[in-house]
Design a protein around this ligand. Structure first.
Ligand code: GTP
Ligand code: MG
Length: 193
């Protein structure tokens, strides 16, 4: 995929701010620090366009990145980070749930899970939530550069088992360092846009 233009259209804090029009949207979701903003930067070939941080809880709005005027990548705050205030967590939790359930433009969710570890309870809850609402989902195993080649298949099977992955959902390993998985993600977007 050729990235011709990238534009942060809006950092939304309420539903009325979501972009108008029919362009397909792809939501990134996952626990804080899993690599959602890095995933976007890798897809658009920029270093720090979507702001990343070693401090969890960096992203605090729903950010719509307009790519090539064709589709949106949607970056959301991570879950499972205790230091973000309870009220804020609740507010964004509800906002993201509402987005997932009601947003017509949403084509598919990329659920990011740290490839090195077992899915957390929050990861499993999120996956079950997506499946309850029949949202097409791609599991993205992030930071794959930290896993040796001999362990790749084992980690992959472990995560697929733990989540009890539904037939039709895909699993892609991903690294913002080696660019592992980037082409597969492009293909998924091109197929569904
Ligand atoms: P929040 O906005 O807080 O929810 O975090 P996020 O999910 O957007 O994570 P972010 O992209 O900010 O990355 C968090 C940390 O993980 C940063 O220090 C990144 O450099 C690091 N990181 C992200 N992706 C990778 C990867 O593929 N490999 C390695 N080794 N580190 C990564
Ligand atoms: Mg982020």
């Amino acid at each position: 995929m050729k990235i011709k233009s990238v534009d942060l259209t809006i950092s939304a804090i309420r539903r009325s701010q979501y972009p108008e029009g029919e362009n397909a949207e792809y939501l990134l979701i996952g626990r804080s620090n899993v690599g959602k903003s890095s995933f976007i930067n890798t897809l658009i070939n920029r270093k720090n366009y979507a702001r990343t941080s070693s401090r969890p809880g960096k992203t605090q709005t729903i950010n719509f990145y307009n790519i090539n005027e064709e589709f949106y990548l949607v970056d959301a705050p991570g879950y499972g980070y205790a230091k973000v205030s309870k009220t804020k967590r609740k507010k964004f939790g509800l906002m993201i749930e509402d987005y997932i359930i009601n947003r017509k433009n949403l084509r598919c969710v990329f659920l990011l899970i740290d490839f090195r570890h077992k899915p957390t309870n929050d990861d499993i809850l999120m996956y079950n939530f997506l499946k309850y609402y029949k949202i097409p989902t791609v599991i993205v195993g992030t930071k794959s550069d930290k896993i040796g080649i001999t362990q790749m298949q084992r980690q992959r099977n472990m995560i697929i088992n733990e989540l009890d992955l539904v037939v039709g959902d895909e699993f892609i390993t991903f690294s913002s360092i080696t660019k592992d998985g980037r082409d597969e993600v492009y293909k998924k977007i091109q197929r569904t846009m």
